[in-house]
Structures are given as structure tokens and as C-alpha cells.
Design a protein around this ligand. Sequence first.
Ligand code: DX5
Ligand code: ZN
Length: 217
Amino acid sequence: MVDLIIAPSVLSADFSRFSAAVAEIDASGAEWVHLDVMDGQFVPNITFGPKLLADLRPRTRAVFDAHLMINNPEAFIPQFAKAGADYITFHLEAAVHSHRILASIRELGKKAGISIVPSTPVSALAELLPLTDLVLVMTVNPGFGGQKLIPSCIDKVRSLTQIRSERKLEFLISVDGGINEETAAAARLAGVDVLVTGATFFNASDKAELVKSLKGC
Ligand code: DX5
Ligand code: ZN
């Protein structure tokens, strides 16, 4: 098993201090920065757009994990690619031509991610998995940080791990929503590779200790 990747989400940071948040993520030993983009349409909340990524890009070498919770993602993907996202993840539920969108992300030289909300089954991804570098399993209904993980979503990680090995595919599996030391252990047992953590990370007084403990799950 490869080392767990920790991806703190700046959704739970102080929005007047994003660069300080990124510095805290770097200092904690986490490798990725998770950037939750919300449009007030696909989800009932609004966050930020590509300019934030572009402005933060020179401040860190961390991997930028852009999670687009927006309708019509294809219209904005080139802007996020240009802004310096490394992984660009959109929602299956927000797109019609997901197959084409995944291919277009790779054509832009970026890692292509797809996400499913709790009500979407893993089977809906069957045709897309060979084109995917990251499957982001939402473990809460998207829109807000600090929610409680929905335990049945962990079963999806188990299914994806099994499918990945049966079909000899190589995508990473990420979980997003309600991750703390306890739920992280369950996700790890199910085979997850990337832990997104918002509230738990930004509420932790010792972030390096938290990252160490999450990695040791
Ligand atoms: C929720 C976002 C998450 C959020 C997770 O819609 O996609 O990335 O930041 O936050 P926590 O870890 O607080 O549940
Ligand atoms: Zn997210």
C-alpha cells in the first residue's frame, strides 16, 4: 500500500488569509491542497474561482487538487488548468459528456478526476474509470465543511478498490467530507489513497501531529 496522501481543504480556512492557510498546510507535512470551488447552483454555497488558485500557485509547491462543484464544468476547466491546478475533479452529476471532459482534462496536461455525491452509485462510473486519474468519493452531501461522514459511502471505496484491481486500473481513490482520525481509519481499511480534511485540519492545534496521525491510520 502506498503512503496516504493528506489533502487539507481551504474551505475551512479563514477566507481573508488563504496564503497563511497554504503555509500552514505546507508546514504540516500534507502534500496536497484541496480547493473546493462552488457555484451556488450545483451546491448551495459559493466559494472562489480560478484567480485564487493562480494567486496561490507561486506560494507553494504542493499539489493543487481542484474540486469543482459547479454546473457546466467544461466551460471553466481550461481556466483552472491555466491557474495551476494539478488535479481537476468535476462531478458526474453536473455533466452530460463526462467521457469527453475527462479526456479534455488530460489533453490540457492535467490529472483528470471525477466525483460522485452520496446518492450516486459506483456503477455509474464503470465506463469512465479507464480515463480517470482520481475518483473522489463524497462522504457527505457537498456544499459545506464540518458535516458528519455518511458511513455507507465508505462501502463505495471498497467497491472501487476491488474494481481497480480486477480491471488493472491505476486511479487514486479519495474521500471527502467528515474525515477525522476515526473515519480515516475506516476509509484506509477500505483502500483509500487520499484523505481530504477541512474542519478537522483547521481546528487542530497541532496540524503536523494530526497529519502524522492520519497518515498512520
Ligand atoms: C464539501 C467539500 C469538502 C469539505 C470537507 O462539499 O467538498 O472538501 O471541505 O470538509 P470537512 O472535512 O470539514 O467535512
Ligand atoms: Zn472537496
